[in-house]
Design a protein around this ligand. Structure first.
Ligand code: AMP
Ligand code: ZN
Length: 138
């Protein structure tokens, strides 16, 4: 898509630190990293949402993110990593080309987890039933 910043990186119209690419997938450093090494993994096909991503590409993107994470932990001295995918503006997606953030982590690196808010009485069981029902009908 012509006005998509990630499509421009894929087309080499704007620069990025590309760390991996093949015919269908690319991975490059996030320009505004949580930590150095924070990498984005995405399909080369312009798809806005994870829900629109064809399942045959889904596996390749997941395998690339997994490989990168293993390299961070097993080769580069990191102690953990986050895999994050912001899907839709309500979830914080800014660039409308589906992408996975792979963020290398070390203990005490200062990045805080999202807050857990718990459930009120009966709400957990009710929510579980709602999700099970929606899944069974899908
Ligand atoms: P999200 O909020 O999940 O859509 O994240 C979009 C990410 O894209 C942000 O972390 C940005 O820092 C990153 N980003 C935006 N423009 C570029 C760019 N030209 N090169 C690399 N990363 C970018
Ligand atoms: Zn795009």
């Amino acid at each position: 898509m012509s006005d998509c910043v990630f499509c421009k990186i894929i087309a080499k119209q704007i620069p990025a630190q590309i760390v991996f690419e093949n015919e269908s997938i690319i991975a490059f450093l996030d320009i505004n990293p949580v930590h150095p090494g924070h990498t984005l993994v995405l399909p080369k096909t312009h798809v806005e949402s994870f829900t629109d991503l064809p399942s045959e590409i889904c596996g390749g993107v997941g395998a690339t993110a997994q490989k990168l994470m293993k390299v961070f932990i097993e080769k580069m001295g990191y102690e953990g990593a986050n895999l994050i995918q912001n899907n839709g503006a309500a979830a914080g997606q800014v660039v409308p080309h589906v992408h996975f953030h792979v963020i290398p982590r070390k203990k005490g690196d200062g990045l805080v987890h999202w807050p857990g808010r718990g459930y009120e009485n009966g709400q957990e069981a009710m929510t579980g039933a709602q999700v099970r029902s929606a899944l069974s009908e899908f």
